[in-house]
Design a protein around this ligand. Sequence first.
Ligand code: EPU
Length: 427
Amino acid sequence: MITDEQFIINGLAGKKTLEGKINTPGAKNAVLKVLAASILFSDEVTISNVPDIEDVARMLELLEDLGVVVEKQDSKTYRLITSEILTHEISTEISKHLRASIVLTGPLLGRLGKVTFPHPGGCVIGKRPIDFFIEGFKILGADIKDTGSGYEIKVKKNLKGNTIFFKNASVTATENFMMAGVLAEGQTIIKNAAMEPEIVSLGEFLNECGAQITGLGTPEITITGGSLLSGKDKIYHTMPDRIAAGSFVILGALAGKKLEVTNCEPKHLESLLYSLLSAGVKMEIKKDSIIVYGRDSKLTAFDIKTHEYPGFPTDLQAPLAVLLTQSDGQSFLFETIFEGRLNYLETLGRMEADVKIIDAHRALINGPKSLKGREMESPDLRAGLAYVIAAIIASGVSTIHNVYYIDRGYEHIDKSLRAIGVDIKRV
Ligand code: EPU
């Protein structure tokens, strides 16, 4: 639900006092796709470690609207009964607020032979085209009608397997066509596929339930089509959210005395951890947790260029920029995936960070520079969290509006932060 809640944060003025453990929730960008994949199942799917976030609530609403019966088994486990899918129309109202709704199109087209959907919404991080989806469906033999407000897509009988090449390694397009391929005739080959761990996790679960997908985690994925999947006696355990874990590690380096990020998967965070270690952050990296010794850490400037996995994730670019404002020297920030994902830097500038935006993709940051608390509006999920981190290290009080955007992807963030010593209130 969109609310007008705010966070009021009393900053630490550069002191490094946060201490304790902070848990990594299940990954938003993994669970949303497994929820969409439920359409491929003839019977049911059970999903555990589901984060309690707004985007999950919206996806569940979309599924219910399509005829899926959703049973909440406990606070983190859902059973979806998918024996009947009643409509091929994806709700405009709900998908306006959820970019990930686009990944329902492949499964619905595979199962029902038709799908209608509006242009999806989501974060305000610049252009979010869907041309790869439209082109991909054409290649798999579908007829596309642009209705002005959205699309109507139909196939004569079934989707026909074929080879799809993506100009950019798109995460949701890879997931969408991997799922569409499960119910297509013959082989679907995705070239220049994205390699994010969430895609591998989805593909492995689908294979466990009867799909035939090879090449996961490589740039070429092959799907041999078959029939609907079965989820009887299977549970998908949502993998840890690498972006949440990475954001907490950054917070630990900036404001932690000794902060342990628990239940995470350090091997999914190699590019961040490698950069932080070379910059002088002291960490102990264990099998499923990372201990950050903020007080013992040096922060030296370094350059960052976002890249598809296993490169530096665009979703950690904004939290990392806050760290660069506190690092000694000049850093160069290059956002290569999205345009419009550097606008938040103006707000950091108003907090007295030394930032210079060169263009829509590049910026220079000089540090260290003490930040001053202020009033700000969260423009999207990841920049919103960057503001929270900036407010925590700043002097004085900050008010962050549009907390809804942060709640879209970070589970009970205020509660988790309070437990490690942050003075944060939700009003
Ligand atoms: N692109 C196109 N045409 C398309 C699709 C993508 O040109 O039809 C371009 C995009 O404009 C972008 C590039 O391809 O330049 C890659 O974008 P991608 O498609 O991978 O992004 P996405 O799938 O829409 C997912 C995550 C994002 C994350 C990106 C990149 C979900 C629901 N979203 O988006 O997560 O930033 O991959 O890793 O999985 C977030 O969680 O805050 C978030 C925005």
